[in-house]
Design a protein around this ligand. Structure first.
Ligand code: NCD
Length: 306
């Protein structure tokens, strides 16, 4: 990448990223893995987390510190003036006086875009409701590239909560740029929403909707399993109805063989059996670990240090 297309930019949605940009970022990640310098000395990242997080917040924190920068922020909106009625807009306007870049996670869809409008500083979306989670997608693609040697033409089955799962929404969008063939496995009430289905039709991405994992062919390259997003359900009875719909176990995946890559953004609850940690394709802890180098790269790019 000769020029840096991310300099000063926001990272809000994978809809904003084309093939070449994604490729360029993944190449940069590879360089970063080999060569780490204190590129962000004197810079401050604000981690503004209005929703629970383990991986996203801690890995942004680690990424910034490993590059010599510092972090401020909060992990719980209740401890901020939001609980006194302060608006998101005002919170962002105030935070911009304290930092050089912000990561925001918020339960409202569109909140990251709103935050980006409130400030000239780069804003990175750490998850906005059930909409998008672009940095998870970049680390998923980076993990796929490392494990399978490619991100082109993959056959990949998404299993679980395709309605509310933002990691799925972001990743599907990007895979459609790379000629993927998709199986969308969910209970009927948790199907991929219409606007994402429209994107698949528009990009002529081959896809099949099923509600049973048994309908997925044994030669898929990847199973991407997701948690049912309990916190997004308006009706707890509806959640109870689908809660245990999928439980992926060693027996369930046996027919896919050892060349299968098994992914999950974590946290897992009951949909992914812990015995699968021993499966040669189990990638979840790698995904989490790769989050650091991917976020280092993004921070350095948006701050113009790379
Ligand atoms: C995901 C999220 O927050 O969307 N977690 C993550 O960032 N790795 C997935 C989830 O919560 O199920």
């Amino acid at each position: 990448m000769k020029k840096n297309p991310l300099l000063g930019h926001d990272v809000i949605s994978m809809r904003d990223f084309g093939r070449d940009e994604i490729r360029a970022i993944l190449d940069r990640c590879k360089d970063f893995e080999k060569n780490k310098k204190p590129l962000l000395q004197g810079k401050v990242l604000a981690n503004l987390f209005f929703e629970p997080s383990t991986r996203t917040r801690l890995s942004f924190d680690a990424a910034m510190k490993r590059l010599g920068g510092q972090t401020i922020g909060f992990a719980d909106a209740l401890s901020t003036s939001i609980s006194k009625g302060e608006s998101l807009w005002d919170t962002i306007r105030v935070a911009e006086g304290y930092c050089d870049v912000m990561v925001i996670r918020h339960p409202a869809e569109g909140s990251a875009r709103l935050a980006a409008e409130a400030t000239k500083l780069p804003v990175i979306n750490g998850g906005d409701g059930s909409n998008q989670h672009p940095t998870q997608t970049l680390l998923d693609l980076y993990t796929l590239q490392k494990r399978t040697g490619r991100i082109e033409g993959l056959k990949i089955a998404f299993v679980g909560d395709l309605k509310y799962g933002r990691t799925v929404h972001s990743l599907i969008r990007s895979l459609s740029l790379f000629g993927a063939e998709l199986w969308l496995v969910s209970p009927p009430s948790l199907k991929l929403p219409a606007d994402f289905m429209d994107d698949l039709a528009e990009s002529r991405t081959k896809h099949t909707e099923v509600d049973d994992l048994a309908a997925v062919p044994a030669d898929v390259d990847v199973l991407y399993v997701t948690r049912i997003q309990k916190e997004r359900f308006a009706d707890p009875i509806e959640y109870e109805r689908v809660r245990a719909h999928y439980q992926v176990t060693p027996a369930t995946v046996e027919r896919f063989g050892d060349r299968l890559t098994l992914m999950h953004p974590l946290p897992r609850v009951s949909e992914l059996h812990a015995a699968l940690d021993a499966h040669p394709g189990a990638a979840w802890f790698d995904q989490a670990r790769n989050g650091v180098v991917v976020r280092e790269t993004l921070l350095a790019l948006v701050l113009g240090a790379a």
